[in-house]
Design a protein around this ligand. Structure first.
Ligand code: NAD
Ligand code: MG
Length: 406
């Protein structure tokens, strides 16, 4: 069944990334139901060009430094796609009148402003960019309530929880604490990453190649490193608190190395509702694209008869200190979450460039949360984007200095 006779018009932010590629696969598969209206990339000119050639979107946004090169290639191919720079184009395509749905799949804080623009414009927002909620969860959710924007999580865990909730709670997270829904706890599953069964010392000496490798999921470099430090689960815990309107202690984290159970909702009657499947992002993206209907996603079904035993393990928060730091930040407040996220982004980038060790990431985040200059910010709530970005900028400078002195 298709969702509607008129194709849904889609702005795909982060089209050249891993989530972008899965979204494009779904649009290809259901070309009668979805039309690519606008796309964004950053530095991969050839990939964005290929996407424009295949889908002929009305707008394409590219990193400012790559604009001239991209423009001459678009012109040489005589494509009608209009091109814009990231600096002013992202917000423009995110809130454009002709876009029904905005897929937010830019990595990191760079995706916050455009995510907020889509929410301000009341769009159907398919949210992959978890960093936006970590930095500005209160602002994004409050804005969505004001504008009527629908935020559908495509992060697999949050999508799984969303699928296991009653319809009324899918529509309004402020009802979560009403006893008639009988929800006891939300459970996020985590793969445990590539170092689950390795020692702290092996983690400390891990090469970049080892840390950009993930046992179950194929993803971009930053989220793969985050998965291997378990900061990803920490960010997801904060994301879950905002999306579902709950506190840190209402969300449990359990390591499930097979990544078959994508997350669970525990009810007071003893039921645990879980969403299971092959680990492939096309399932949650397809679910959100077609919501409240279902479409084929092209994902290989689980073969129940070939499945190995499913394990559930308690995370070691000493080895995976990032998870404990994220919980601490969420308890402290909005400012602490901005600090956690900014410090982590800078540290992950430094690790990927070979400047620091994998285990230094947690130390840098912890030091940024404890640095005197930022103490007053920890418990602050931020009500506008400019103030959030201002603190983010300060944190990044401090984290850079720490890396320089390592
Ligand atoms: P990726 O690195 O593969 O792609 C990132 C995208 O962001 C690219 O299109 C890139 O051009 C764009 N980008 C990077 N820097 C930018 C900048 N400064 N300005 C504008 N655009 C920029 O990342 P990904 O794995 O697709 O992840 C994207 C987001 O989705 C992340 O927030 C991640 O946490 C989340 N997510 C990803 C997965 C997954 O399976 N890959 C799963 C769940 C959530
Ligand atoms: Mg996830």
């Amino acid at each position: 069944m298709t969702t509607s006779p008129k194709p849904q018009s889609i702005t795909l932010l982060g089209a050249t990334g891993s989530i972008g590629a899965s979204t494009l696969d779904l649009i290809r598969l259901h070309s009668g139901s979805y039309r690519l209206f606008a796309v964004s990339g950053f530095s991969n000119v050839q990939k964005l060009l290929d996407i424009c050639q295949e889908f002929n979107p009305v707008f394409a946004v590219i990193g400012d430094a790559y604009f001239e090169e991209f423009k001459s290639k678009i012109n040489a191919l005589k494509l009608s796609t209009q091109i814009l720079k990231v600096s002013d184009g992202l917000d423009f395509i995110a809130r454009h009148d002709k876009a029904d749905t905005v897929v937010c799949a830019i990595v990191g804080g760079a995706g916050l402003s455009s995510t907020l623009s889509a929410v301000q414009a009341g769009k159907k927002v398919l949210l992959a960019n978890k960093e936006a909620l970590v930095m500005a969860g209160d602002l994004v959710i409050k804005t969505a309530k004001e504008t009527g924007a629908t935020i559908l999580p495509i992060d697999s865990e949050h999508n799984a929880i969303f699928q296991c909730l009653p319809k009324a709670l899918q529509d309004d997270n402020t009802l979560m604490y009403q006893e008639n829904f009988g929800i006891k706890k939300l459970w996020l599953t985590a793969s445990g990453g590539a170092f689950l069964h390795k020692s702290y010392d092996q983690m400390r000496t891990a090469s970049v190649a080892q840390a950009v490798n993930h046992p179950n999921w194929s993803m971009g470099a930053k989220i793969t490193v985050d998965s291997n430090t378990m900061m990803n689960k920490g960010l997801e815990l904060i994301e879950a608190c905002h999306l579902f309107g709950v506190g840190v202690d209402d969300v449990g984290v359990v390591i499930h190395p097979q990544s078959v159970v994508h997350s669970m909702v525990e009810y007071v009657d003893g039921s645990f509702l879980a969403q299971c499947g092959t680990p492939d992002m096309k399932t949650p993206i397809g679910y959100a694209l077609a919501y409240p209907n279902r479409i084929k996603s092209g994902v290989k079904p689980l073969n129940l008869f070939e499945m190995s035993a499913l394990e559930f393990i308690k995370p070691d928060e000493q080895k995976f200190a990032c998870l404990a730091l994220a919980k601490q930040a969420m308890k402290l407040g909005n400012g602490a979450c901005i600090i956690l996220n900014g410090a982590n982004e800078v540290a992950v980038e430094a690790f990927l460039k070979g400047k620091i060790k994998l285990t230094d990431i947690a130390s840098i985040v912890e030091n940024c949360l404890n640095v005197d200059e930022l103490t007053n910010e920890l418990t602050k709530s931020f009500e506008n984007l400019a103030d959030i970005l201002d603190l983010d900028k300060r944190v990044r400078k401090i984290a850079q200095l720490m890396i320089y002195h390592i």
